[in-house]
Write a protein that binds this ligand. Sequence first.
Ligand SMILES: [Cu+2]
Length: 220
Amino acid sequence: MFDGASNFVTSVDNTFLMVLGISVFFLVLITGLMIYFVFKYSRKKNPVATNIEGNVALEITWTVIPTILVLVMFWYGWIGYKEMATIPEDAMKIDVTAQMWKWTFKYSTGLETDTLYVPANKPIEVILHSRDVNHAFFVSAFRVKKDVLPGRTNKAWFEAAEGSYDLSCAEYCGLNHSKMYTRVVALPEAEFNKWLEVKTKSSSKDSTESGKDTTAVSKD
Ligand SMILES: [Cu+2]
């Protein structure tokens, strides 16, 4: 769980565990108290109903404490959101196109691939487009998820640790939605640069760039 596959793993996981911890604490507390009161104030033990007038100190306590807890949860959520929404200016840009039911990645050299290759430990900006319906770019190991919508450009960023990770579509997009996944491969920077150079050369040799992607896709 804490495998540090991207720069967001620790903050997202810590926020999740904090919210989970608070929720479990109150689940146990409230359920325990409820069971306790069911026995304590049962008709057998308490035949005449007690009229409880209220308790100002208690009411203030159970208003103030949850308010603080909710604000703490909001704070950590907000900090994490801001970090994810602020893309570093020096990030490497990769164009991502989603369509029923595949992903296409386009690099600055014009190279297109169906597996996403990135240099490790470098900020990567993915610019997300959809050709048809709503999809979502989701790399669970990175804790990165962003909607990919037709007629709108969304962006996300991450810094990946070296390795290979699942990339899936996280928005139901039709019949083969569940097959719409591929891999993100994070290579050491020098290796990535070599890969990009070699692949770009070989792809421009065996495909006429203009012959690709001429199929018109109607958008509404
Ligand atoms: Cu999809």
